[in-house]
Design a protein around this ligand. Structure first.
Ligand code: FE2
Length: 399
């Protein structure tokens, strides 16, 4: 979506090609819109419910061969439209049309490797990770918005000053969304165990990874709250998986293609009553070529069986390079959490790991999952409410 930077009132509207499209001439550009698209996006009470904004028509309600019969720009800054062959009328806000122009913006978006909100990082990012105070984000919508935006843009952020209580990590999730409960529970303890159901519950170092690639869908967010950490070692590591993918794409496009094209197999059956499997690429791109999801976890990688025989060796070279970058000093951000501190990762992007640790002392973390859709929703709601100057908590949810 293009941001409005200036007055956008168009100087003219022209109907083209027997009404199958129109052209709006803006002060800074011209934008074309198809009749079928305009009809689908009418801003009238027969097209959308004015209360919940949900669409009231289906694609079948739009006649095949729909065309624009007349188009007028009103004094109220709206485009009034009449359609044939069924004499339908609607109007659309001019500023909205400018913001939702698709003629050029599709190509602009398709030429970038990531969505607009993404900024990738390397080890130097350790100085710049957003570190917010829990009481601030809990009491101030502005502070919460800043913290959530950091998670959205960088895929990682730290929170300080959590209350000294069990499962405080869940209180943090309550600030923006909902707990994603799994077979590990609503939250899980990460400390040394005699017979661990997961190697995370030991004292060995863990190669940086994304969690639970064997789930479908993968938990979008992971939070780690620290209750004790006075051992030798036990530092947290985060690595930007998008930067890894970006690097591989620049270094060796063929390797990037292999990791994107073929599904890797992931599996977990480490606890009674659970047998999870998923088959997805280590680097997933959308149809527009943007990198949208990283899955990388040596502990839960099953036998790779969905890669053509002739490509398997080369796939392993690409996989090895991914692992090398995940372990590289240039990309690793390392910090040691103290009790009362928490970090959150976008688990579809940022890898996390830890250095090994040893006594005396204890390392006790509590982890929990949540999903990204609620976090991004909260960002939009806060942005809207702060701009409108109304209490974020009073914003009615739109389903
Ligand atoms: Fe993990």
């Amino acid at each position: 979506m293009t941001n409005l930077q200036q007055s956008t009132h168009p100087v003219s509207v022209n109907i083209l090609n027997n009404g199958s499209e129109i052209k709006l001439q803006w002060p800074d550009r011209a934008s074309r819109y198809h009749a079928v698209w305009l009809r689908d996006n009418g801003q009238d009470q027969n097209t959308r419910n004015p209360a919940n904004h949900q669409k009231l028509i289906t694609i079948a309600d739009i006649p095949e061969g729909v065309f624009v019969e007349h188009a007028i720009i009103t004094d109220q800054n709206r485009l009034e439209l009449g359609f044939g062959p069924d004499q339908w009328t609607t109007s659309i806000d001019i500023e909205w049309l400018y913001a939702h122009s698709y003629e050029d913006s599709y190509q602009e978006r398709a030429n970038t490797m990531f969505a607009d909100n993404i900024t990738t990082w390397n080890s130097g990012f350790v100085k710049n990770i957003t570190r917010s105070n829990y009481d601030d984000v809990r009491t101030s919508p502005e502070a919460l918005l800043e913290w959530l935006r950091a998670v959205d843009r960088y895929g990682v952020a730290i929170l300080l000053g959590l209350p000294d209580k069990n499962a405080a990590v869940l209180d943090v999730i309550d600030l923006f969304g909902y707990i994603r409960e799994t077979n590990y529970g609503q939250y899980f303890e990460i400390r040394s165990e005699i017979n661990p159901i997961n190697l995370a519950y030991t004292s060995i170092g863990l190669q940086s990874h994304t969690d639970n690639p064997y789930r479908d869908p993968v938990p979008g967010l992971q939070l780690f709250g620290c209750l004790e950490n006075n051992t030798e070692g036990g530092e947290s590591i985060v690595v930007d998986g998008f930067r890894i993918a970006e690097t591989i794409r620049q270094e060796n496009p063929r390797w990037f293609e292999l990791l994107c094209t073929y599904n890797a197999q992931f599996e977990y059956c480490g606890s009674t009553g659970t047998h999870l499997q998923a088959s997805r690429p280590m680097i997933e791109c959308g149809p527009d070529g943007k990198i949208i999801h990283i899955r990388f976890n040596n502990r839960s990688c099953a036998a790779l069986t969905e890669i053509p025989y002739d490509h398997m060796e080369e796939y392993y070279r690409a996989y090895r390079r991914f692992g090398d970058l995940a372990n590289s000093n240039q990309l690793e951000v390392i910090f040691k959490l103290q009790p009362g501190q928490l970090f959150i990762t976008d688990n579809t992007r940022v890898l996390h790991g830890r250095t090994g640790f040893s006594g005396p002392g204890n390392r006790w973390m509590q982890g929990a999952y949540a999903d990204k859709d609620a976090l991004k929703s909260k960002i939009r709601v806060l942005e809207q409410s702060l701009n409108l100057g109304i209490d974020a908590n009073q914003v009615v949810k739109i389903y």
